[in-house]
Design a binder for this molecule. Sequence first.
Ligand code: COA
Length: 161
Amino acid sequence: MIAIYPGSFDPVTNGHIDIIKRCASTFDYVIVAVLINQNKNVMFSAEERIKMIQKSFIGYDNVKVESFDGLLVEYARSKNAQIIIRGLRAISDYEYEMQMSLFNYQLAPEIETLFLVARGPFSYLSSSIVKEVASYGGDISSFVPSHVENNIIKNIQKRRV
Ligand code: COA
């Protein structure tokens, strides 16, 4: 079975990585789908975001990272994916996720959305909070892999010049 895990991943965090690893051990194939066009003001280009995820999954033969644009369900159909994976961190995620999953169901009833509950330490994590903490010089080493930490710090320093 092919599962798609979509998101902005700006950048990938240990919370996302935990979800992807759990998918990789559950499904035959996992496609991590990085959204290109979005309203969000991103720190990293789609290519940079993809590379950071790929670097976190070296040796995982059933994890592929791609970018996508347009409707998620159309992209999922084009990949023959039967499952969309979303992580649920707190109750506050629920309403938005429910709306998205119901809309996706209306658009593509053959594709199921499955939710994985974020594990304890990741339930309060988001890409924005990691970037914010780093911008004030805080230690983000337990929230992101070291290559991601380095890229965030470099990006913040570049913006300050
Ligand atoms: N661990 C850590 N952080 C997590 C997480 C986890 N397990 N799960 C979610 N997050 C965080 C992300 O870091 C992100 O943080 P940020 O806002 O600070 O950047 C936030 O939760 C939400 O992010 P994300 O999962 O990237 O969702 P999104 O809302 O940016 O994008 C898409 C969701 C891509 C699935 C959706 O916009 C989409 O499908 N777009 C395509 C167009 C489409 O089909 N629209 C119709 C949908 S009905």
